[in-house]
Design a protein around this ligand. Structure first.
Ligand code: MF3
Ligand code: CO
Ligand code: CO
Length: 275
């Protein structure tokens, strides 16, 4: 039995606003993500922007799922071989680093959750390609979203694209339903088989946030209780959007003027060409 909530029109409106604001934090912070900045400074800037400019609440701050210690900062900053949940601090970004900034805002009780990769200074070919393939993985998953599709369709297309490129998919963390609760049903696995798991219905809202590794998919937990790294120390990338299932397909809620465009293969069917 499915217990995935179907959002009401009013809830969907609330999620549209939270999603846009979440994306606008990433727009705001983009010019600050440069060689020499610390992850702690990025956290402070985002925190102040959310609280003082947007009037949003940073959802990560003091977030405490069972079995965890309270998360101590307002954003996640995951650099190079950090897969996810990197805690901002005195780490200085250097030329060639690759960092994921994961932002979740709460506005009027609704959560907007999204992340982007930033390549600092002059990125290596490897870092560029890893980020690009991971972005394609996310969008291939998004493009599967429509009523009647299965969650397994999303996982399958992500896994296929990652592995075709020689990369691996992290299994321990996944996308998630989201609304007035940060993490709710369903779990959105980034691997799987077509036609398996729950059927999607209009009004469902969940994130798609593949974590893709250059090397093996194995993870290592750090002693801070949060930071997750690759076991083999090879790099990892992640992109995240919050997505609504609509009557005809999907609507990405975490978009704003600074969102990178979807990959070319996502382009809507074009107008018929005049004869
Ligand atoms: N934003 C993350 C996600 O995409 C969750 C971070 S939990 C935190 O699900 F406490 F580390 F912030
Ligand atoms: Co998320
Ligand atoms: Co997130």
């Amino acid at each position: 039995m499915s217990t995935i909530s179907i959002k009401t029109p009013a809830e969907i409106e609330g999620m549209r606003l939270a999603g846009r604001l979440g994306s606008e934090v990433l727009d705001y912070i983009t010019p600050f993500v440069k060689v020499g900045v610390t992850t702690g400074e990025l956290d402070r800037l985002c925190h102040d922007y959310m609280v003082n400019v947007q009037g949003t609440i940073p959802a990560p701050l003091n977030y405490c799922p069972s079995g965890y210690t309270p998360y101590p900062k307002s954003i996640c900053t995951s650099v190079n071989d950090v897969i996810c949940h990197g805690i901002p601090g005195d780490k200085v970004l250097k030329d060639g680093d690759s960092v994921n900034l994961d932002i979740t805002v709460i506005k009027n009780g609704f959560h907007g959750d999204n992340s982007r990769m930033f390549l600092v200074g002059k990125p290596s070919i490897l870092a560029r390609r890893l980020s690009e393939v991971t972005y394609e993985c996310m969008w291939l998953g998004i493009a599967k979203v429509r009523p009647g599709a299965h969650l397994g369709d999303i996982g399958h297309v992500i896994q296929q694209h990652a592995e075709k490129n020689g990369y691996s998919v992290v299994r321990e963390f996944c996308g998630h339903g989201i609304g007035t609760v940060f993490h709710e049903e369903p779990q959105v696995l980034h691997y799987g088989r077509p036609g398996t798991l729950e059927r999607l219905e209009a009004g469902m809202i969940f994130t798609i946030e593949p974590m893709i590794n250059v090397g093996s998919r194995e993870i290592k937990e750090m002693n801070d209780g949060w930071t997750i790294k690759t076991k083999d120390k090879k790099w990892s990338a992640q992109w995240e959007h919050t997505v609504l299932v609509t009557e005809t397909g999907y609507e990405v809620l975490t978009l704003s003027s600074g969102s990178p465009p979807p990959p070319a293969f996502i382009t809507a069917p074009s107008q018929p060409v005049a004869a």
